[in-house]
Design a protein. Structure first.
Length: 338
């Protein structure tokens, strides 16, 4: 894809992931007679850490045909238990509603969803005894059993916090972006993306028996792979092998190989990342530290990729330019708990 000083200020085009071709064809064949399903509230977390080579983020695989795409940030849909009252530290529900320009209840639920999904998938727990502390470690069989109960809906995040005398540290969550999955999909999400800096003395651990497969990846390196301008594949399902980069890295399957799962190894990157994830990576990649990411002004209004058909018959998603309106983000120094 061609580069620009700020890619978010121009329309961006991405190939439609192959698993959605059939749904796109049905939608287009209907000629506007189908009504899109209502999107379900969801949340995802852009987990970040600094490294000698720049900012890294954690990507994980998702279920087949998930509206999140094959590879995304840790996240999932809102669940009933996310509405339960729980010990809370940080911005109020009213403040979260203001930031997302949304209903207070919905804003509160997705905040809880983000923290719950992050813990289930990565073992990172955004909780502490007070506003100055976080849990030091969540390793060991005891914590693994708790995560498994949470995953199986046998335990709520509220119960976990109350039993452990902890409070949810919502001040460690930073709103970044909001995306609605395209209208032709059979399942749709209204996803709020939060950024989180990896807490000290915590590390990502897989949940035994429920591992999705994930890896830390360098944001700028991943963005360079996204900017190589690969051709959009035709809807026949055939794919061309991409040449290697000057550094010897595969231009096509670098991400899938890094994740190392049977579902990703050798697969072209264009088959793994949804348009929303690719855009977020491009937008965040210039940051030189995690502090730059969370301090970065952002437009939190909903964004939705639009389905189009290329002249050669291939499907693609077009992401409209980002709004230049006022951001609802706070400066780093204004944020409680910083």
């Amino acid at each position: 894809m061609p580069n620009s000083p700020d890619p978010s200020r121009r329309p961006r085009r991405f190939p439609l992931l192959p698993e959605y071709w059939q749904a796109a064809g049905v939608w287009l064949d209907a000629g506007g007679s189908l009504q899109p399903v209502s999107p379900v509230d969801a949340a995802a977390v852009i987990l970040l850490r600094d490294s000698p080579d720049g900012v890294e983020t954690y990507l994980t695989t998702h279920a087949k045909r998930s509206p999140f795409g094959p590879v995304n940030f840790p996240g999932g849909p809102v669940e009933a238990g996310d509405d339960d009252p729980l010990p809370w530290i940080g911005p109020t529900s009213i403040e979260w509603g203001r930031r997302w320009n949304d209903d207070v209840g919905a804003a509160r639920r997705v905040t809880v969803t983000a923290a719950r999904e992050l813990f289930e998938i990565t073992g990172i727990l955004l909780a502490g005894a007070d506003k100055y502390s976080t849990v030091q470690t969540v390793g060991g069989r005891d914590w693994s059993a708790v995560r498994d109960e949470l995953y199986r809906l046998e335990l709520s995040l509220r119960d976990l916090l109350v039993q452990r005398h902890l409070s949810l540290r919502t001040d460690l969550l930073w709103p970044v972006s909001r995306w609605v999955t395209p209208e032709f999909l059979h399942r749709r999400f209204d996803i709020r993306y939060f950024a989180v800096i990896l807490p000290e003395r915590q590390s990502v651990t897989e949940l035994s028996g429920h591992s999705r497969g994930g890896a830390w990846v360098n944001l700028s390196q991943l963005a360079r792979h996204l900017d190589l301008g690969v051709e959009v594949p035709r809807n026949s399902g055939t794919h061309e092998t991409q040449p290697e980069s000057p550094g010897g890295e595969s231009r096509d399957s670098w991400l899938g190989d890094a994740l190392g799962t049977p579902a990703t190894v050798g697969r072209p990157q264009r088959e793994l990342l949804a348009a929303s994830v690719a855009c977020l990576i491009q937008d965040l990649a210039p940051a030189r530290s995690v502090v730059e990411v969370i301090a970065r002004p952002g437009d939190l209004s909903p964004r939705e990729p639009v389905l189009e058909v290329r002249a050669d018959g291939g499907y693609e998603l077009v992401v409209p330019p980002r709004s230049r309106g006022r951001s609802s983000r706070m400066a780093v120094g204004e944020r409680p708990g910083w």
